[in-house]
Design a binder for this molecule. Structure first.
Ligand code: 5AD
Length: 371
């Protein structure tokens, strides 16, 4: 039935079990606004049923843009000599973390370019430990929840990060299609090692998040459907994904991409389908969505996301952490984000959770199943 359009209840019943790939492709390609709205509402209902109406914040500290990699899409790739390289001072990172705890965000993400040298690994361990110690209070008895987003490492390194006190880790797969992965990365990087790192992260005891870029040149709806099935099969706890946004100082800066509105809508559909498939996971409404649409993040929430990542990177460094162009909130003072985001969350009828880690319920479900 190629012309079949699904209603809310039909969408919900299709997703009681993992639907066939064709169903995912159908939703990834539909342009029927009533059907898109049915998927959105079904995703929102699934979110409210499995996760409730809380939106959890993770204050984002992009603590260094030094990077040993040369990803074809990324503005802070090693070969981009236009970027001024920085690492935020340890004390300033801790200061931003304390502010994060004071304004009751509950959790933060430490993100940086990828480096594998000892000095970097020890730096990450040190700031993680210090943040844990210096944000512990009666309100946060175990300090802020810490998510790391610092790339591929060995199992031993991941164990070290875990021991230092981080308990969540984001490592995007970017795409599960081998050919596409190769076309956007230099030869030294490969899908197998990314997959192995994701396994290591689970073995080290992290709550593990992954995600893909949406609307990459050469990416098809079939590939995105495979990405969604991969999310489900590997039982991830969290997802962060957003539209691909070309950056002019990268090799992929001038490739043809689908129009912005279409890329945004595809990003929103991916969020909704991820929610419908994985149910009790944490899904972020990413900043990249807002770069293409002024209310992109709010739309992300209404399509089933429950996580926001307010900027906490000290303002002076932000212009040198532009992974893509038009990144929002580059000049905003972090105090402004506080009010702006709260308003935006309330606008879509949801509640900002305070002083909580907001862990993925999925993590606990997958870990208690056989214990
Ligand atoms: N457009 C969209 N997302 C990007 N990222 C990096 N560069 C871009 C871009 N040009 C994403 C990648 C990476 C994350 C930190 O940012 O998915 O994993």
């Amino acid at each position: 039935m190629p012309d079949k359009k699904y209603t809310i209840n039909e969408v919900l019943s299709l997703f009681e079990e993992t639907p066939p790939k064709e169903v995912l492709i159908h939703f990834l390609t539909t342009t029927d606004s009533a059907e898109i709205e049915a998927v959105r509402i079904a995703a929102e209902k699934t979110l409210l049923k499995y996760c409730g109406d809380n939106v959890y914040y993770r204050g984002l500290i992009e603590f260094s843009n030094n990077c040993a990699l040369d990803c074809g899409y990324c503005g802070i790739r090693k070969s981009n000599t236009k970027v001024q390289r920085y690492t935020v001072k340890e004390d300033d990172i801790v200061k931003a973390a304390r502010w994060c705890a004071e304004v009751r965000y509950g959790s933060l993400v430490l993100q940086s370019g990828e480096r594998h040298d000892r000095q970097f690994i020890e730096f990450v361990e040190r700031i993680t430990k210090r943040i844990k110690q210096e944000t512990t209070s009666s309100i946060l008895p175990q300090g802020l929840g810490i998510t790391l987003c610092v790339g591929e490492h060995s199992l031993e390194t991941y164990r070290g990060f875990r021991d230092a006190g981080a308990h969540r880790y984001l490592l995007r797969i970017e795409t599960t299609n081998d050919e596409l992965f190769k076309s956007i990365h230099p030869n030294q990087q490969n899908l197998d090692s990314r997959l192995k790192s994701l396994e290591y992260l689970k073995e080290a005891g992290f709550q593990v998040g992954t995600g893909v870029m949406i609307g990459l040149p050469g990416q098809t709806p079939e590939m995105l459907a495979d990405d969604l099935l991969f999310y489900k099969k590997h039982d991830f706890d969290m997802f962060g994904m957003g539209p691909f946004i070309p950056h002019k100082d990268t090799p992929m800066g001038n490739l043809p991409v689908m129009p912005e509105e279409q890329r945004t809508n595809l990003g929103l559909m991916m969020i909704a389908l991820t929610r419908l498939l994985t149910k009790d996971t944490n899904v972020a409404a990413t900043t990249a969505l807002q770069a293409l649409d002024p209310i992109g993040r709010e739309k992300g929430l209404s399509f089933g996301a429950n996580i926001l990542m307010p900027q906490l990177t000290p303002t002076e460094f932000r212009e040198n952490y532009l992974l893509y162009e038009n990144k929002p909130c580059v000049d905003e003072e972090k105090e402004d984000c506080l009010n702006c985001l709260k308003r935006r969350v309330e606008m879509v009828g949801r509640i900002v959770a305070q002083d909580q880690w907001g862990d993925s319920r999925h993590f606990f479900a997958r870990n208690t199943l056989f214990s």
